[in-house]
Ligand binder design. Structure first.
Ligand SMILES: Nc1nc2c(ncn2[C@@H]2O[C@H](COP(=O)(O)OP(=O)(O)OP(=O)(O)O)[C@@H](O)[C@H]2O)c(=O)[nH]1
Ligand SMILES: [Mg+2]
Length: 512
C-alpha cells in the first residue's frame, strides 16, 4: 500500500549532481567559495572531486538511491516543489517533557523546511502527546482530528505533498501507520535534515559524510520493519541489497579516512607555515559565516538564512591589526535534537576547530532560545574535547560573541549579562559591524597570548640580512629610520619566543 504514497521512488534515476545547488544559493557561490579559501591547498574541495573520480560513483549509485528513497523518502530531486504539513509533537508533562517551549520547537521545524528552496509550509501545528513511542504517535481522537484538518485543506484545493513530523526519528511502524492515515508520505527530522545536508554539501568530503550519515537511519528502519512485519511476507531488503549497503559503508569509511589523512597533512603544512588558527563555532544560523565575512572583508562569503548552510570546514585568511595573518575556520553549525548518528559523521570535520589556537563561539542574541543554544554548543564541544583526548578547554582559548545585537530591541539590557563569571561576552552585529573592531582587538590579544607571540621593536642595520630574515619568520608591522642612528632601522614585529631566540642566536651573538 505504501508504494502509492512514495512519490520519490520513481524519480531516483535522474543523474544530475544534486549538490550543485549554486543557482539556488545566490549565484556562482559554490565556485566562489572555493576561491575564497586561503591558502588554496587547504581544502578537500573541488580539486578532490576531480582527482578522485571513483568517489563520485559512491555518490551516484542508482541501486543505493532506490533503497534510500524508499527508507527515507529522500530524493535527488530536492529542488522539486513540496507542499508540507508540519506537525510538532510535544510531551506536555512528565520527565520527558522538552525543556524548550513547543512554539520554539515548531519554529525550528519551520526553519528546517525553509532551508529547502522550494518547500512550502502549508500547515504548521503543534500537538500534545503523552509519549513519543506509541505506534500511532497521537491519541486516537487527536489522530482523527489531524486527518480531518489535512483532508479539509486538500479539499479546499491545497496540493499537500508530505507530512513532516518533527521528531528525531520515527520508527518504521510509526511512519507506516501515519502514512496510511494521512495518505501522504511522512518524514521525520532525520530525513529532512538529510535533504538539507545533501543540498548544501559542496566538497567531496561533505558529500561522502552525508552519504555515510544516511546508513544508520536505513538500517534502523530495516530493523524496525523486521520487528513489526514478521510473517507478512514483505521483505524490505534483499540479501544483495544488504551486502550492497555493507560494502558501501566500508567504502565510504575508507574514502573518508583517506581524505582525512590528506587533511592531516595539510594541517601539518599549515602549522609549518605558522599561521595562527581561529575557529568560529556556534549553533546553526548564529552568524558564523557572517562574522568571518566581517572580520576578513571577504566578499565571496555568502551567509544565508538557512540551517546547515555551511557544511565544509573552510579557511579564510584575515589580518589582525598588528598585521599578523591568521586563518579563520568556518565550521558546521550545531543543532539540538539531531539524532547522534546523523551528526556523528560531521563531528570529524570539527577536528580542525578543536585544534585551533583560539575558538570564537558565536551566539545569536536575537534568538529566543539563545541560552539553550549556547548550552548545547558548550556541551557538545566539551564532549568533543573528551573524545579527542584533551582535558578541557582553557577559557583562554575561547571568546564568547553575542551576535545580531542590531535585532535586539534593547541592546543596553544585554550589557548586564555580558560578564559571565570570568568570561566576557563581546556584543556585536556582523551586519552593522558594531563591536566588530573591539572583537578583532580581543582576537589579536588572545592569539598573541595563546601562541606565545609578542610585539616588539627591533633595531636592525639598514639593508642587512636581518630585515629579510624578519620578513620571512615574523610579521613585520612597521619599519622606520632610527632617529639616533641613520644606518639603522626600527622594525616593529610580531614574533614567537622561539623565533626571537633564533634571531638573537643568528644576528645578535654574531655581532658580538
Ligand atoms: N540582522 C542581522 N542578521 C545577521 C547577523 N549576522 C548574521 N545574520 C543573518 O543570519 C543568517 C545566518 O547567517 P550565517 O552567517 O549564514 O550563519 P551561520 O552560523 O554561518 O549558519 P550555518 O552555516 O547554517 O550554521 C543570515 O541570513 C545572515 O544574514 C547580524 O549581526 N544581524
Ligand atoms: Mg555558515
Amino acid at each position: 500500500m505504501m508504494e502509492r504514497w512514495r512519490p520519490f521512488a520513481h524519480l531516483q534515476v535522474a543523474r544530475e549532481k544534486y549538490t550543485d545547488s549554486s543557482k539556488y544559493k545566490g549565484g556562482k557561490q559554490a565556485g566562489q567559495r572555493q576561491k575564497a579559501i586561503a591558502p588554496s591547498d587547504d581544502q578537500p574541495g573541488e580539486e578532490d572531486d576531480e582527482a578522485y573520480g571513483d568517489r563520485s560513483e559512491l555518490i551516484e549509485d542508482r541501486e543505493y538511491d532506490t533503497v534510500a528513497s524508499s527508507a527515507m523518502h529522500v530524493t535527488k530531486q530536492i529542488l522539486n516543489v513540496q507542499h508540507v504539513v508540519i506537525i510538532q509533537p510535544f510531551i506536555k508533562w512528565g520527565p520527558r517533557k522538552s525543556p524548550t517551549k513547543p512554539e520554539l520547537l515548531l519554529q525550528e521545524a519551520e526553519a528546517l523546511v525553509r532551508s529547502l528552496p522550494r518547500w512550502n509550509i502549508e500547515l504548521s501545528m503543534k500537538v500534545p502527546v503523552e509519549t513519543l513511542d506509541k505506534r500511532q504517535l497521537f491519541g486516537s481522537g487527536k489522530l482523527e482530528e489531524l486527518k480531518s484538518i489535512i483532508q479539509a485543506r486538500q479539499e479546499s484545493g491545497t496540493p499537500l505533498t508530505c507530512v513532516f513530523i518533527s521528531k528525531g526519528t520515527l520508527t518504521y511502524g510509526q511512519k507506516q501507520t501515519l502514512e496510511q492515515v494521512f495518505r501522504l508520505p511522512v518524514m521525520d527530522r532525520y530525513s529532512v535534515v538529510v535533504q538539507i545536508l545533501r543540498l548544501h554539501a559542496v566538497s567531496m568530503e561533505a558529500k561522502l559524510q552525508v552519504a555515510l550519515a544516511e546508513l544508520p537511519y536505513i538500517w534502523s528502519q530495516v530493523k524496525d520493519q523486521e520487528g513489526t512485519s514478521k510473517g507478512s511476507g514483505r521483505i524490505f531488503l534483499s540479501d544483495a541489497q544488504r551486502q550492497m549497503l555493507q560494502l558501501r559503508e566500508r567504502k565510504l569509511r575508507n574514502e573518508l579516512d583517506t581524505i582525512r589523512s590528506h587533511r592531516e597533512l595539510l594541517r601539518n603544512r599549515r602549522r609549518q607555515k605558522n599561521f595562527p588558527v581561529v575557529a568560529v563555532v556556534g549553533y546553526t544560523n548564529a552568524g558564523k559565516t557572517s562574522l568571518i565575512k566581517a572580520l576578513t572583508e571577504e566578499q565571496s562569503l555568502q551567509p544565508r538564512d538557512q540551517l546547515f548552510a555551511t557544511l565544509d570546514v573552510t579557511a579564510h585568511a584575515g589580518l589582525l591589526p598588528c598585521k599578523l595573518e591568521v586563518l579563520y575556520m568556518d565550521t558546521v553549525g550545531f543543532m539540538a535534537d539531531i539524532p547522534t548518528g546523523l551528526i556523528e559523521c560531521f563531528v570529524a570535520t570539527l577536528e580542525d576547530a578543536m585544534l585551533a589556537d583560539v575558538i570564537v563561539h558565536v551566539q545569536d542574541m536575537a534568538h529566543e532560545n539563545c541560552a539553550q543554544q549556547r548550552e548545547h554548543v558548550e556541551r557538545t564541544l566539551s564532549k568533543l574535547m573528551v573524545r579527542n583526548g584533551e582535558r578541557t578547554f582553557s577559557p583562554e582559548r575561547i571568546i564568547n560573541v553575542g551576535n545580531k545585537i542590531d535585532l535586539v530591541p534593547d541592546p543596553e539590557s544585554l550589557t548586564m549579562k555580558c560578564i559571565d563569571g570570568e568570561q566576557r561576552l563581546y556584543l556585536i552585529s556582523s551586519q552593522t559591524l558594531v563591536g566588530v573592531h573591539e572583537l578583532l582587538l580581543e582576537v589579536e590579544r588572545r592569539v598573541l597570548r595563546v601562541t606565545g607571540r609578542q610585539r616588539i621593536v627591533i633595531r636592525v642595520p639598514m639593508g642587512g640580512q636581518e630585515m629579510a630574515w624578519l620578513y620571512k619568520n615574523a610579521a613585520v608591522t612597521e619599519s622606520a629610520a632610527d632617529p639616533n642612528n641613520a644606518e639603522r632601522l626600527l622594525v616593529s614585529v610580531v614574533i614567537t619566543e622561539a623565533k626571537l631566540q633564533q634571531f638573537r642566536h643568528l644576528f645578535i651573538r654574531n655581532r658580538g
